[in-house]
Write a protein that binds this ligand. Structure first.
Ligand SMILES: [Zn+2]
Length: 692
């Protein structure tokens, strides 16, 4: 040991540091199963029990999942289909720390989207690591001393015997450089096809190739569900990924014990007896004896002490799958579930309840809104071509046909309320990108001044053009007319194409394509932006169904409400509602769904395109302060630019859970935090400074 340097520059006790490091690396870890390790190591860092040690009491259903994750359990794959407020996410992160401490292996942790990746490290993992190491008085994760090159980084945690690598599952670069033996597929239902590379799950599993022969790999899949494609075998493209995997597992459900007759039962959402007038009186009738199980009885019925347990419903010996819903979560209650169900009116809200409360995928209803009702709701005071006071974002979308161009100009408020500012058809041959039709398109869009409510003139913030019919002509026109947005420097004009399927972002990253114009080729001369039309169609239909509350309520339009002027005629509304979502059947069984047009649908496409553009402009990621800055820049009077006006309405409810000490602040299911569907570089308004 004389060879060891007697001083490390800058370190107070270099010998002790080196010997301790060696000892830590050499000493075999004490044998301790994950289930016993959890309460001795993990300190909860958020939620009602923040600061307290992890306890099986809080979430008894997690114990058996933890058993499956230890190296001595023979399974390779564990699937958890979960609701929110289930405490299951903390188990996934805790498992990674257990791996670092006791069963070291290279571990890959995939999350969808760069925003989620940053949030995962900054708000969840690093605080959990800090609280853990403080509690055990040891350093297991090598600190972030990045200069040496051997320390941890934000997205790679190094430890003796391996590393934990955090990766954006929706980007191919992140998944192609690591070989792993253990992995977590977090929020799996929001993993999206990667353009040019395909299925992100296949790319993820590619990192485990070295361990496939020896079968000593282990992967935990965990997610709230998303969309039910209608395929009874769950195999259709776009079917919720966690549901697909759960249905291939042994499908374990948590069996509760009736306090009256001691029969075991699994909660079913349609059995809940909701008291609409008094949600706190909501009960669950026992399927065996009919006894109305109260909230206080529920908490006992689901406990380990009462004998509650997991029971598989399918005979798949080597793939455990667990279903965790709000019924078995101690952070929820019958009352909270009832309130969520009562509050859910729109398709989007109902989907949120299914996904986040009942942990089930949601099958969208795809019938079109009634165009006659929409026509009856036009507002005579709106002026064609004028931007209304709250319309801070102004977009236009053009649907280019073989003959003629359909165009809608739309204004959007921070609460997603929209106004059709203009809707028109430009007739003529579209074969020439310099021809009169495209010249008029320019006059009606990027060269047009739109008067606003404050005596100013506004210009478009973005123009989208569908390139489906006349691709190369559209590319050429966009190329010749492109300009940068005056405030952001980003492209003002976007050539787009619609993409089928669920699970796609509103507007993904652009692809570079070659232009061929009259024989003259320009390699990668144009950008094309894919629009994930299917989820947007559902959003548009949901918003079109919104109603202004009738008297005696305050007639305040709800978030997302759509306004139309009286120049919007029957043809406009017929086109706007011209698609329906249909089941596709093969040999008598439903295999998937598809959107089908029932008549001309150009204004439908224009509306979907406009909503996609608001996503490009960062509608979903803009902060109240940024809206204030934009409102001031747009010349809104001071009384309309207070920050509170742009803060999401305070709908959060307070529920007192029988299980948890004190009160839990809880939002309704559709308002809870989910992974943003926006493009990774959304945040159009980040350049604005707030001036008060
Ligand atoms: Zn009973």
């Amino acid at each position: 040991m004389n060879a060891l340097p007697s001083n490390l520059p800058g370190h107070p006790n270099p010998r002790k540091f080196i010997y301790q490091s060696l000892a830590d690396a050499i000493r075999p870890p004490e044998r301790l199963p994950f289930t016993q390790w959890l309460p001795r190591n993990i300190v909860l860092v958020d939620g009602p029990s923040a600061g307290e040690p992890w306890s099986a009491e809080g979430a008894p259903y997690l114990v058996e999942i933890a058993e499956c994750l230890s190296d001595d359990h023979p399974c390779n794959l564990v699937t958890v289909r979960k609701s929110e407020q289930s405490a299951a996410s903390i188990l996934a992160l805790s498992w990674c720390l257990y791996i670092a401490d006791r069963e070291p292996a290279n571990t890959l942790y995939g999350v969808p989207g760069i925003d989620n990746l940053q949030k995962l490290n900054g708000q969840k993992l690093q605080p959990l690591i800090d609280a853990w190491q403080k509690r055990i008085g040891r350093t297991v994760i090598v600190p972030q001393t990045s200069r040496s090159g051997r320390g941890s980084t934000a997205y790679e945690k190094r430890f003796s015997g391996g590393f934990l690598s955090l990766a954006n599952a929706n980007a191919v670069m992140d998944l192609s450089m690591v070989t792993a033996r253990k992995g977590v597929k977090d929020e799996l239902s929001k993993w999206q096809e990667i353009p040019g590379f395909g299925n992100p799950e296949r790319l993820f599993f590619g990192r485990f190739t070295a361990h496939r022969r020896t079968k000593d790999w282990k992967i935990l899949e965990i997610s709230t569900p998303e969309v039910d494609s209608g395929d009874e075998l769950a195999e259709a493209e776009g079917h919720c990924r966690i549901d697909r995997s759960f249905r291939k597992s042994d499908q374990r459900f948590w069996n509760c014990i009736c306090p009256e007759c001691a029969t075991t039962f699994v909660h079913a959402e349609d059995r809940l007896k909701i008291d609409h007038a008094h949600p706190h009186r909501t009960v669950y009738p026992c399927p065996a004896c009919g006894h109305d199980i109260s909230e206080a009885e529920r908490v006992i019925a689901l406990s380990l002490a009462a004998g509650a347990h997991w029971k598989p419903t399918c005979d798949v010996p080597d793939h455990p799958g667990f279903h965790i819903d709000a019924f078995i979560s101690k952070m929820m209650s019958y009352e909270a579930i009832a309130e969520d169900v009562i509050a859910a009116k729109t398709e989007i809200e109902k989907k949120a309840i299914a996904n986040l409360v009942f942990a089930k995928p949601y099958k969208f209803r795809g019938d079109a809104p009634d165009h006659v009702r929409l026509l009856a709701h036009v507002e005579k005071h709106l002026k064609r071509g004028h931007v209304p006071p709250k319309g801070l974002i102004l977009t236009a979308f053009a649907d280019v046909q073989m003959r003629g161009i359909w165009l809608e100009v739309m204004a959007t408020a921070p609460n997603r309320e929209t106004w059709c500012v203009d809707a028109l058809y430009i007739d003529g041959d579209t074969a020439d990108h310099n021809g009169p039709v495209f010249q008029q398109l320019k006059r009606e869009t990027i060269d047009r001044d739109f008067p606003d409510a404050f005596g100013r003139l506004r210009r478009l913030d973005a123009l989208g053009i569908d390139s489906g019919y006349r691709a190369h002509i559209v590319y050429a026109w966009v190329r010749n007319n492109q300009r940068a947005h005056a405030d952001t420097g980003r492209d003002l004009i976007l050539a787009t194409k619609g993409l089928k399927g669920w699970g796609r972002p509103a507007l993904g990253q652009p692809a570079l394509v070659d232009i061929d114009l009259g024989g003259k080729k320009i390699a990668q001369g144009a950008k094309v932006w894919g629009i994930g039309t299917w989820p947007l169609k559902v959003t548009v239909y949901g918003d079109l169904r919104q109603e202004v509350p009738p008297p005696p309520n305050v007639p305040l339009p709800p978030d997302g409400y759509c306004h139309f002027g009286d120049w919007c005629d029957e043809n406009y509304f017929k086109q706007l509602t011209a698609e329906v979502l249909e089941d596709i059947k093969f040999r008598g069984r439903v295999t998937s769904q598809r959107w089908t047009k029932t008549r001309d649908n150009h204004f439908h496409d224009c509306r979907v395109g406009n909503v996609a553009l608001t996503d490009y402009l960062g509608l979903s990621s803009t902060t109240p302060e940024q809206w204030v800055a934009l409102a001031q820049a747009r010349g809104l009077p001071p009384e309309l630019t207070e920050v509170t006006l742009f803060t999401p309405r305070p709908l959060a409810l307070t529920h007192a859970s029988a299980a948890a000490p004190g009160e839990i602040k809880k939002k309704k299911a559709h308002e809870r935090e989910t992974a943003p569907q926006s493009s990774p570089d959304a945040g159009w308004l980040k350049g604005y400074d707030v001036k008060f």
